[in-house]
Ligand binder design. Structure first.
Ligand code: CMX
Length: 137
């Protein structure tokens, strides 16, 4: 698989507005967008640093996977997303090498990207997202 850069780091937070203040006031980043993702029952905020985004994730429902993550493990790094050239072939490659996929086919993620998750039980504990930006092609 060809990975080009870290597209974003997903961070689970209980309070989006409070956490944005930390990234803006202390780290000097700028939140350029917030977006509700009803499918995932989350509200997200995006901040850019270099080629990489910080994606803050606030659950909007106790049944959200992010709500369950915070309940079990507390706030913190939830996933790392790698940009890949070709998501479909990347997924096939990972699966053929024994990695358990959460998404066997790409789905639409935030910011119009095609995304798919690999299971943290086969990625050394890190929930891993692969994403492809078809608009850049
Ligand atoms: N990172 C690492 N490990 C995680 C994890 C995470 N983010 N979330 C769950 N786990 C671990 C749990 O700690 C648990 O481990 P143990 O069995 O050792 O206790 C195990 O995975 C199973 O966790 P669970 O709480 O029982 O949760 P589920 O099995 O129901 O779901 C997962 C886990 C990863 C399959 C699910 O969260 C998922 O499908 N995630 C992908 C989608 C997602 O995260 N969406 C939110 C972000 C969307 C976006 O960025 O657009």
């Amino acid at each position: 698989m060809k990975t080009t850069h870290i597209e974003h780091i997903g961070i689970a937070v209980s309070n989006l507005q409070e956490s944005i203040k930390y990234y803006e006031d202390i780290l000097g980043l700028k939140c350029y967008k917030t977006e509700e993702v009803p499918d995932q029952k989350i509200r997200t905020a995006f901040l850019m640093i270099g080629e990489t985004k910080i994606e803050l994730l606030e659950p909007t429902d106790p049944e959200s996977t992010v709500a369950k993550f915070i309940e079990k493990r507390g706030e913190g790094i939830h996933h790392i997303a790698f940009a890949v050239d070709d998501l479909v072939s990347g997924l096939k490659d990972a699966e053929s090498k024994g990695v358990k996929l959460i998404d066997t086919v790409p789905r639409k993620g935030a910011e119009g990207l095609q995304i798919a998750f690999l299971h943290p039980k086969s990625t050394y504990g890190v929930l891993t997202e692969l994403c492809e930006d078809q608009a850049k092609k």
